[in-house]
Design a protein around this ligand. Structure first.
Ligand SMILES: [Zn+2]
Length: 313
């Protein structure tokens, strides 16, 4: 299988305050593991800048202008207590969006089997009209709209296994039955959304987990909620909001997943994608704040995308 890796140095230049969990070292840690022989066969490309027109498929233009206008010339500026911009943050967010667009094109044109975008800031908390939860633009939602508008796809799915609910993706997809959103996440936890009762037009599938839950409960949720609803939806492209903060080492939440659980869910999603859409998967980094947990679980996720399995170090 051919797996594309998209990243860009600008994504490391997005600065947050000292002690903020969403920090440049996250991508430095991932860049470190990409040096290992396990990742030799990745096809690496620099993420292009996403265009404002492409972002406007998921966000109103006055929202995009507001974000552009908040970019500081120096120092860092708070959009809310969690969400910050530094002079390079706009470029980083445009690279994140551009990575998803390029990944979508490469997968849909058959240049590669699947793709992983190693990017920050993350995107799944960004609602159509609101930056929050470290997120400026909703990169997975932009990629889904791009696949639909530019390639004529009728059904695109986003599956989100970040420990936090992707309120932003849910918000953008809410009234659009041709866009599927399925999420496992801890509840109660930031951002507070993600109840089973939130179903949109019958296209939203939330499978909340409780603090302390581990692999057994996670796999049960995926098997009972995510996989059957995905099978019924029959996506033509599967996008993953790949957050690794449900890892047992993560400081922001209290689930107890391990690398094996991330390998398992990746294989499950590859099975679904091979049934419905010739295996076409675009995976985009969201959270994951313990560097060791992030490196191990994200590395495993990418190895499974590359090989359909993974090697222990
Ligand atoms: Zn998260």
């Amino acid at each position: 299988m051919a797996t594309l890796l998209l990243t860009h140095a600008d994504c490391i230049e997005h600065e947050t305050p000292e002690g903020h969990p969403e920090r440049p070292d996250r991508l430095r840690a991932l860049n470190q593991i990409f040096q290992s022989d396990h990742f030799n066969s990745l096809i690496a490309e620099e993420a292009p800048l996403g265009s404002i027109d492409s972002i406007a498929k998921a966000h109103p233009r006055d929202y995009i202008s507001m974000i552009e206008g908040r970019r500081p010339d120096e120092g860092i500026e708070a959009l809310d207590p969690d969400t910050w911009m530094s002079p390079k943050s706009l470029d980083a967010a445009l690279r994140a969006v551009g990575a998803g667009i390029r990944a979508t094109e490469a997968v849909l044109e058959g240049d590669v089997d699947n793709a992983f975008c190693s990017i920050r800031p993350p995107g799944h908390h960004a609602e159509a009209n609101r930056a929050m939860g470290f997120c400026l633009f909703n990169s997975v939602a932009v990629a889904a709209h791009h696949a639909r508008d530019e390639y004529g796809l009728e059904r695109v799915a986003v599956v989100d296994f970040d420990v936090h609910h992707g309120n932003g993706t849910q918000d953008i997809f809410w009234s659009d039955p041709d866009l599927y959103y399925g999420s496992t996440h801890q509840m109660p936890l930031f951002p507070g959304t993600g109840n089973k009762s939130e179903t949109g037009e019958g296209n939203i599938f939330n499978a909340p987990l409780s603090a302390g839950d581990g692999g057994e409960q996670f796999r049960e949720a995926v098997d009972s909620v995510i996989v059957p609803s995905l099978d019924a939806f029959s996506p033509q492209l599967l996008i993953i909001s790949a957050g690794f903060d449900a890892h047992q080492r993560d400081p922001l939440a209290s689930l107890n997943l391990t690398e094996e659980d991330f390998a398992w869910v990746t294989l499950k999603l590859m099975d679904v994608a091979s049934t419905h859409c010739e295996g076409r998967i675009v995976s985009m980094l969201e959270g994951g704040y313990d560097l060791q947990g992030l490196s191990a679980s994200c590395g495993t996720h990418i190895q499974v995308l590359m090989h359909g399995g993974y090697l222990e170090d």
